[in-house]
Design a protein around this ligand. Structure first.
Ligand code: NDP
Length: 247
C-alpha cells in the first residue's frame, strides 16, 4: 500500500481495546495520531507509546462540544484531519424489562449520536482538504446477530450503518469516503467484563476458534484509510473469524 506517512488520524476510544490497536497501527504507519477518550491520562499513555507523532485528548464524543474540540485540537496540532476513526463505544448489558430509558439513551448517545457528531465536526476540515476517510466501528451484533442484554447496543450499531449509507452518498462529491468495520468478538478490556463463560462460549462458536485481536480490526481500518481504497464507500467489512457463517 502507498504510504500514509505524515497524514493525520483521530481515533475516538483510542485509549483501550480496539481503538488502542488502531491508534498503535496508524502510529506505526507514520501518521500523526490524536488519541481520544474521556480520560486524558489514559489517552496520553497510548500517545506516549506511539511517540512524538501522537498526542492524547480528552473529550466525550456523545457531546457536540467534545467532538468539535477534538477536531480543533487535531487541526491546531497537525494542520488538518485526513482520517477519522469513530470507534468509541460502550456495551453495558440490560435485558428488556430491566433496561430504563436512561440506559437506552446513554448507549445510543455514546455509540450512535457520537457517530453523527464526530462526522459533522470533521466535515469542515475534510471539505477544505478536498478529501477524507471516515471509518466507523460498528459490530456484527445488531446489524446481523443479536445477544441478550444488548438491544440498545444492537440498535446503535445497526443505526451507524443506516447513517453511513446516506452519508456516503452525500459526502462522495467532496471526495470523502465512509465505511464501517463490523467486528465479531474481539478480546479487549471491555469484553473481559462479560466474564469467562461468555468468552468460552464465543470461542466455541467461532470457526477459527479464537477471539479476534485489536490488530485484526486495525489492519482492516488501515486498508479503508489507504489510497488503494479510494473507490470504496458506504461499505461494511465483517471481521469475525467466520462467526456469522453456519457451521
Ligand atoms: P473498550 O471498552 O475496551 O474501549 C472503549 C473506548 O471508548 C475507551 O477508550 C473509552 O475510554 C472510550 N469511550 C467510551 N465512551 C466514550 C465517550 N463517551 N467519549 C469518548 N470516548 C469514550 O471497548 P472495545 O475496544 O471493546 O470497543 C471499541 C468499539 O468496538 C466499540 O464501538 C464497540 O462497540 C466495538 N465493538 C467491540 C467488540 C468487541 O468484541 N470488543 C465487538 C464489536 C464491536 P474512556 O472510558 O476513558 O472514555
Amino acid at each position: 500500500m502507498k504510504s500514509l506517512q505524515g497524514k493525520t488520524i483521530i481515533v475516538t476510544g483510542g485509549s483501550r481495546g480496539i481503538g488502542k490497536g488502531i491508534a498503535l497501527r496508524f502510529g506505526e504507519a507514520g501518521l500523526n495520531v490524536l488519541v481520544v477518550s474521556r480520560n486524558q491520562a489514559d489517552a496520553d499513555k497510548i500517545a506516549a507509546e506511539i511517540g512524538e507523532t501522537a498526542s492524547g485528548f480528552s473529550a466525550d464524543v456523545g457531546t457536540e462540544e467534545g467532538c468539535k474540540a477534538m477536531v480543533e485540537a487535531a487541526v491546531l496540532r497537525y494542520g488538518g484531519v485526513d482520517v477519522l476513526c469513530a470507534n468509541a463505544g460502550i456495551f453495558p448489558a440490560a435485558k428488556l424489562g430491566e433496561m430504563t430509558p436512561a440506559d437506552f439513551d446513554h448507549v445510543i448517545t455514546t455509540n450512535l449520536r457520537s457517530t453523527f457528531l464526530s462526522v459533522s465536526a470533521v466535515l469542515p476540515a475534510m471539505t477544505t482538504a478536498g478529501s477524507g476517510r471516515i471509518i466507523l466501528t460498528s459490530s456484527i451484533t445488531g446489524p446481523i446477530t443479536g445477544y441478550p442484554g444488548w438491544s440498545h447496543y444492537g440498535a446503535s450499531k445497526a443505526g451507524q450503518l443506516g447513517f453511513m449509507r446516506t452519508a456516503a452518498i452525500e459526502l462522495a462529491p467532496k471526495k470523502i469516503t465512509i465505511n464501517a468495520v463490523m467486528p465479531g468478538n474481539i478480546m479487549t478490556e471491555g469484553l473481559e467484563g462479560t466474564g469467562p463463560e461468555y468468552i468460552a462460549a464465543m470461542e466455541a462458536s467461532i470457526p477459527l476458534r479464537r477471539l479476534g485481536t485489536p490488530a485484526d480490526i486495525a489492519n482492516a481500518v488501515l486498508f479503508f484509510a489507504s489510497e488503494e481504497a479510494a473507490y470504496i464507500t458506504g461499505q461494511t467489512l465483517v471481521i469475525d473469524g467466520g462467526q456469522i457463517l453456519p457451521e
